[in-house]
Design a protein around this ligand. Structure first.
Ligand code: HEC
Length: 171
């Protein structure tokens, strides 16, 4: 990961992700490498896209926290998705983020249960599907290695999309 000017990174990534200000490594506690140097979205060596900060992925995962809030039997999903560490756990032989990629790609997740046909709901109100740009943010974050870019202390009340349908649990 070559360090380029923060300006270049900002202008490249400005369309997709949060404003450039305040995305430095102040939150700390991460792998201390160039990924979290001065700006969370340094372009890849080919200059194409900026790195997705973990907290942007976390915003897109707000829907997931309607069900993935504890291990069963308390949780509805099979594992919690509250923290960065939760995304790195192993689940049936794969890191959770690898499973996430497959589940997102096939639209298996977020589980959308309309509650209509039989009146039995997984959750009520049901989750809404991810908006395409939110799904893409998550896929990009995973494809970039599911890194703790920009720090892993995120506000659980921020959301990628305005209406997720369901009621998320808080960590
Ligand atoms: C309505 C509840 C609900 C929501 C919302 C939800 N999940 Fe799930 N999730 C489940 C349940 C239940 C399972 C277990 C399904 C099974 O194994 O058949 C599951 C399983 C999974 C798995 C494991 C799939 C595998 O490989 O076996 C992943 C990964 C996952 N969810 C990710 C997510 C992500 C990411 C989101 C948010 C974008 C999300 N889920 C939203 C209920 C939910």
């Amino acid at each position: 990961m070559r360090a380029r000017t923060a300006l270049a990174a900002c202008s490249l990534a400005a369309a997709g992700y949060a404003a450039c200000a305040g995305q430095d490594s102040a939150s700390g506690g991460d792998r201390g490498d160039a990924h979290v140097a001065t700006d969370a979205r340094q372009p890849d060596p080919d200059g194409s896209i900026g790195l997705v900060p973990f907290c942007e992925a976390y915003k897109a995962m707000r829907t997931c926290r309607c069900c993935h809030f504890a291990e069963p039997p308390d949780g509805i999903g099979p594992f919690p998705l509250f923290t960065y560490e939760d995304t790195q756990q192993e689940y049936f032989g794969d890191p959770v983020y690898v499973r996430m990629r497959r589940a997102l790609d096939t639209d298996f997740m977020p589980l959308v249960d309309s509650c209509d046909d039989d009146g039995v709901c997984v959750i009520d109100p049901p989750a809404k599907p991810l908006e395409p740009r939110c799904k893409q943010t998550l896929l990009d974050w995973i494809d970039q290695g599911a890194l703790p870019v920009g720090g892993t202390t995120c506000d659980p009340d921020l959301s990628c999309q305005a209406d997720i349908g369901c009621n998320p649990q808080r960590p």
